[in-house]
Every structure is written in C-alpha cells, then in structure tokens.
Design a protein around this ligand. Structure first.
Ligand SMILES: [Zn+2]
Length: 335
C-alpha cells in the first residue's frame, strides 16, 4: 500500500522553467539542458519500478516514495522506502543510457553514452549511507531502540532495460553480495522475496507500521533547490514577460483585461496567463512579490494594472500600500 505517492519533481519543474526563461544563446544553457536530461531520466527511472513493486506478495508492506528527512541538518533522500514488519528496504533507482559499468572495487559507476564517458560515485555506498541516516533518525525519535539490530536493507536498481549494464568481477567483495545489492529492475520482486525469507521475525504490528509511515511522511522536507544559485545565473539574465503557451512568443500584451499573443499566426488570447508567469517567478526567484517586481517580471509597466491583478488573486499580503508584499502560494495552487 502506498502511503506517500511520488510527487512531481520540483527540481525538474524548476529546470523546465529555467530553460523556458533562459535566452537561447545563454552560455549556461547547455549545462542546464544536461542537468534537465539527467533529472528527467531519473524521474522516468523511478516511476518505471512501480510495475515491479506490484508483484510484492505481502499485503503488510507500506511504500513511501521521495522521502526526504533531516538528521541535525543533514538531509537525506530516499527514492523509495518499503516498510514491512520484518525489515525496511531502501530502493535507490539508477536510470542511465548507453554502456554502464559498475566497478565495485574502486566504487565507481562508469557510463559511456554518445561517445562521452561519465563517472558517477558508487550508488550502493550512497544507499548504505541513507540506511545509516534512517536508522539514526528512527533511534533519535525512539521509534527504534538504540540497541536494535532491526534490518534496514538497501538496494540499487538499474532501471533502463535498453541500456547495457554490467558489473566487473571483484577481487575484494563476494560476487553474490554485489549482485544482491545492485541489479536490474526486473529482479526486484525476487530480491524482495529473498528479504522476506531472510527476515522472519515480525517487530512491528501493521498498526504500528502504518503509524510510522504517517510519521515519516509528516517529517518529509521538500527539496527546493535555488536553481539560479546552482548555475550562478543572475536574476537580470532571466527572460521577462508573459509567455504565450501556444507558440512561446514573448511578451504577451495586455489589452482590455486580456493577454494577447502578438504573433499574428497565433493570436492566442487568455485572461489569466499572468498566473503562469507568477508561477515561473516563484520557481526561479522567490516566494513573495511586490508591485514593482511584478511590473518588471510580467512586463506590464502599469502600477494600477499590476495592483488590480495582484488583488484579484486574493494572495496573503503584508505591509501597507507602497511597501506591500504578496505571498505567492504553492505551485499547485498557482497552476
Ligand atoms: Zn502565441
């Protein structure tokens, strides 16, 4: 049973928005596009394991996707967490294209794609660190006793069925152990079954488990990366104006209370297109906006016009007339 479903990745949404509002010839564009491709593949990979999770035989399993917690300011995120009365399991998903080789002895994942070689850190180590942090988190909240050896298992799933994936033989680690930790997604149901045969003593009742699942979900912290800071892009480099959703022409012009596309082949009209622009503003810049910032961002140098639009959105605001700032609501509510 899924307790915490997968949400649309805020990082992906921010990258999409940044690409829409970055000039075509901007020097950072290529880097942003690359990050967008990697993030999108990651999201695709994560949802591709859903099919295999349906095969889990035991009904007493709770599933949490995209859970991000904090231990004394150390944030850790798990792609998927399975709670069962017998063990917990963290599943990390890797979705890479091309030729992918895992070298367990030097803890590297090597990808060759389109003639380019990329090196990634060892995902099995990454997921072990998540298991360590999760145990610490549970113990610090007295949800697990300090002395417990309750199993928190972790595995890495390689989710791209069309990519060549191989594991190099190891001189240091038992091959069986490596194959149990890092495998293709189609093996996932068998591997989960193995854990059920390995751990047979129930520690949690279904009721306790459900309560724990809800507690974990309540403590989830959204990952809200500052995307401009990440790529060192200045606010002034971001394209302004309301963008036509049909043909991407910018800026749409506001006439008689309606946004109009000035591309004569398109001529799209809409009343509320400024809301999409404000959503972009929130994703890229900040959670609050004042009249002046609104005038600049939506390219409407008309103070009373902007005031009217802001008022019509019924936003929470603070401060008096000229210094008034408006709080932009969550993206879901803005959309
Ligand atoms: Zn248009």
């Amino acid at each position: 049973m899924i307790i915490k479903p997968r949400q649309k990745s805020l990082k992906l949404l921010k990258l999409e928005t940044l690409l829409r509002r970055l000039p075509q010839n901007h020097p950072k564009r290529e880097k942003v596009e690359e990050q967008y491709r990697i993030t999108k593949a990651g999201v695709r990979g994560e949802s591709s394991i859903d099919y295999y999770l349906n095969f889990i035989p035991n009904q007493m399993v709770y599933i949490l996707h995209h859970l991000r917690l904090s231990n004394d300011n150390v944030k850790f995120q798990m792609d998927t967490l399975l709670l069962s009365p017998y063990f917990f399991l963290i599943i990390e998903v890797k979705y890479l294209s091309g030729e992918v080789t895992y070298d367990p002895d030097i803890h590297q994942l090597i990808q060759i794609y389109n003639g380019q070689k990329r090196i990634y850190s060892d995902p099995t180590q990454q997921v072990k660190r998540q298991a360590y942090q999760l145990r610490k988190w549970l113990i610090s909240r007295k949800l697990l006793p300090q002395t417990t050896s309750f199993p928190i298992e972790s595995v890495v799933v390689f989710a791209n069925d069309h990519a060549e994936f191989r594991i190099l033989p190891s001189q240091l680690i038992d091959t069986k152990l490596i194959y149990q930790n890092f495998f293709r997604s189609s093996i996932l149901p068998d591997m989960i079954n193995n854990f059920f045969t390995l751990h047979t003593a129930p520690v949690f009742s279904p009721k306790q488990l459900k309560k724990l699942g809800k507690q974990l979900t309540r403590n989830h912290i959204d990952d809200e990366p500052n995307i401009l800071e990440q790529f060192q892009i200045q606010e002034s480099e971001i394209l302004r104006g309301v963008i036509c959703p049909k043909c991407n022409t910018r800026p749409m012009l506001r006439k008689q209370g309606t946004w109009k596309c000035h591309n004569i082949c398109c001529a799209y009209e809409a009343k509320f297109e400024h809301i999409t622009a404000l959503s972009d503003y929130k994703l890229l810049l900040r959670d609050t906006i004042n009249n002046k910032q609104m005038q600049i961002f939506i390219d409407l140098p008309n103070s009373s016009g902007c005031k009217y639009l802001l008022k019509s959105m019924n936003l929470v605001c603070e401060g008096t007339t000229r210094k008034r700032i408006y709080h932009l609501p969550s993206i879901e509510r803005l959309k």
